[in-house]
Design a protein around this ligand. Sequence first.
Ligand SMILES: Nc1nc2c(ncn2[C@@H]2O[C@H](COP(=O)(O)OP(=O)(O)OP(=O)(O)O)[C@@H](O)[C@H]2O)c(=O)[nH]1
Ligand SMILES: [Mg+2]
Ligand SMILES: [Zn+2]
Length: 282
Amino acid sequence: MKKGRIIKIISNQYTVSFEDEVVIAKPRGKLRMDKAPVVGDFVQVEQCEDAYRIHSIEKRKNRLLRPAIANVDQALIVTSLKDPDFSIHLLNRLIFLVSLADVEPIVIVTKQDLIEDLSSYEKELEWYKKAGYIVEMTYPGSNDENLKQILKNKVSVLCGQSGAGKSSLLNRLDPEFQLQTQEISKALGRGKHTTRYCQLHSVADGLVADTPGFSSLDFSRMDLSHLDSCIKDFQPYLHSCRFNDCRHIHEPDCAIREALGQGKINPSIYEDYVNIMKGDSL
Ligand SMILES: Nc1nc2c(ncn2[C@@H]2O[C@H](COP(=O)(O)OP(=O)(O)OP(=O)(O)O)[C@@H](O)[C@H]2O)c(=O)[nH]1
Ligand SMILES: [Mg+2]
Ligand SMILES: [Zn+2]
C-alpha cells in the first residue's frame, strides 16, 4: 500500500501522484459507493498485478463542492474586469463560498489591459485590501512575482467564471504549459467551458488546480450560521454586538451595522451578506 495524491480525474480514471511516479488507478467498488474521491485527496493505493486500486481516502482538511477538490490551502478567485464584465456580487459570493469551506480566498483580477480608466475598479478593490484580503492584478505582460510568492509551497485552486482567464494565467506563469484557452465570444457562444476537468499542476513551486468555470452558485444546502465570522470586514466587530447571536440585519446595537454606517465596512459585502442570509442564490 502506498500513499499518493489524486491530481486528475477523468470519468473513472484517477491519476495519482506519488513521490517517485504517477499512475492511473481505479477506486475499489465499495469506495465509490461510500464517498467519491476528488482531486486533491490523499489516497492509499494498492497494486495488484499491473492494476492500481484506490483502497481508502485519508481524512480531508477541507473540501470545496464546486470545483470538487479537497485539501487546498487557498482559492484564487479569478475575476475579469471585462469579457466577462466585472461582477462585484459574484466576487463577494465566491469569497463567501470559499471562506465557508475553510479555504483562504485570494482575489486575482485579470484583463486590466482592456480597461482605459481603472480608477473606479481600483476604488472598489481598495475595500478588499483594507479588509485584509490579498488582491493581485494580472494580465499579459504583468510582473507576476507577488503571485508566484503566493503560490509557493501551497496548494491552490482557481475558481471563477468561464472566460475569466484561469487557464491563461497558468500558461503565463509557466511558459511550458499549453493549457487550452478560448476566445470568450466562442466559449460563451457555444455554451461550453474550455477547461473540462479539474487538474492539479505544478506551478511556481506549488500545486495549482485549473478548473472549469461555472455558471451558477448555490448556497441553499450550506450552513450559513457562521458566515459572519468568515468575512474579514466583519471580524473586528463580531464580539461587540449587543446580542451574541446577532445576525447583523435588524438587531439593535449591532456593531457591524454601526461600522457600516461609519464607512468602515465594504457596503457591497454587507449587501451580499444580507441577501445570502435572506435566502438569495445567484
Ligand atoms: N486582454 C486579456 N485577455 C485575457 C486575459 N486573460 C485571459 N484573456 C483571454 O480571455 C479568454 C478566456 O481565457 P481562458 O484562460 O480560456 O479562461 P478560463 O477562465 O480558463 O475559462 P474556462 O476554462 O472556460 O473556465 C482567452 O481568449 C484569453 O486569451 C487578460 O488578462 N487580458
Ligand atoms: Mg480554462
Ligand atoms: Zn450584529
